[in-house]
Design a protein around this ligand. Structure first.
Ligand code: XIL
Length: 319
């Protein structure tokens, strides 16, 4: 897929979120990846909860192994992610922010974490989600008041972006969000956040639109809406990555395949859209699990048990 995309857009990246476990252990999975993608997003390995189990303690082994695998296959790496409410270790979430002195100490701890991590990966990441899912869940437009917010206030993305820039001036910076794939209040809020962040000295190059499509009857992304979205961000000088695309097949494999193809073709057709990444490779390792931890049926990727799905064929035709 990467080779097909590169025929018309040499810099365009077809990517996938990848976990080290299956990559190391499952030859079929590794083959599907090697053949197809030009960029890798660590699915979990670069999240704070995995990188720093205790304050001042860092565990880079898994992320380093994943990056080494990507590099050995000539893939670019998209880092994921620095400030993310849902993926912090307990010690970080619980840093106190009641008094001014506590906020100073918490700010120090957060910035030490950021500088250590970004310096560690410096030169190996093409791009990085500096802030992930800033807004309240369920289509909210207010910022989640996580520890970064409590330590630095509502303009914490400026602090994060500047500190990332200081530690790695070359990494392309993204703010990544779900539910902002089509025009609407959530998208307006994302654009406003990034514009404000950069107006205050941040270095954000673009936005990641996750494009998780869980219900094709209500949440399908049309070519028209996505094209308008790309124009909107492009008009503010921002790049867009489709960062976590995955589509339910509850409406049938044809509808699913069509949705993938529409998103990819629309992205590829706009110079604003610099890459398209699926959130996973093979349904065997689908991240989306139900309340009991069992994989959800009907939430499918481009491969299933090592075999290409109809979605894979549709995507290939769209390139
Ligand atoms: C998910 C991973 O895929 C799961 O393995 C993990 O248990 C939870 O997080 N949006 C994001 C990703 O930005 O980091 C999430 O990844 C999926 C939703």
């Amino acid at each position: 897929l990467q080779a097909l995309a590169a025929r018309t857009r040499p810099d365009f990246r077809v990517g996938a979120a990848v976990a080290l476990g299956p990559l190391a252990a499952d030859e079929e999975y590794a083959q599907a990846l090697v053949g197809d993608v030009g960029a890798l997003t660590p699915e979990n390995a670069m999240k704070a909860q995995y990188l720093s189990p205790r304050r001042g303690v860092y565990t880079f082994e898994e992320a380093d192994a994943l990056l080494a695998a990507a590099e050995s296959k000539g893939m670019a790496v998209h880092g994921h992610t620095i400030a993310f409410s849902e993926a912090m270790p307990g010690w970080m979430q619980e840093l106190p922010t009641g008094t001014a002195e506590e906020r100073r100490d918490t700010a120090d701890a957060l910035l030490e974490y950021l500088a250590t991590v970004v310096s560690h990966f410096r030169g190996r990441l093409a791009s990085l989600d500096v802030v992930n899912e800033p807004f309240d869940v369920d289509q909210g437009t207010d910022l989640q008041e996580n520890v970064w917010y409590r330590a630095f206030g509502p303009d914490y993305p400026v602090v994060v972006s500047r500190a990332v820039h200081e530690a790695d001036p070359d990494v392309r910076q993204f703010v990544n969000e779900n539910g902002a794939d089509v025009p609407g209040p959530r998208q307006d809020a994302l654009l406003a956040l990034v514009r404000r962040t950069n107006a205050l000295g941040g270095h954000v190059d673009g936005v990641g639109l996750q494009a998780h499509v869980y219900d094709l009857t209500t949440d399908a992304i049309s070519a028209e809406d996505l094209a308008a979205t790309l124009d909107t961000f492009g008009a503010s000088g921002l790049d867009v990555r489709i960062s976590e695309n995955d589509v339910t097949d509850a409406e049938g494999p044809d509808a699913q395949a069509e949705q993938y193809a529409v998103v990819l073709a629309t992205c590829l057709g706009s110079p604003v859209c610099v890459g398209w990444t699926t959130w996973g490779v093979d349904d065997r390792y689908d991240w989306y699990v139900d309340e009991d931890g069992a994989p959800q049926q009907g939430h499918d990727l481009l491969h299933d048990d090592g075999e290409p799905t109809p979605a894979y064929e549709a995507v290939r035709r769209a390139l």
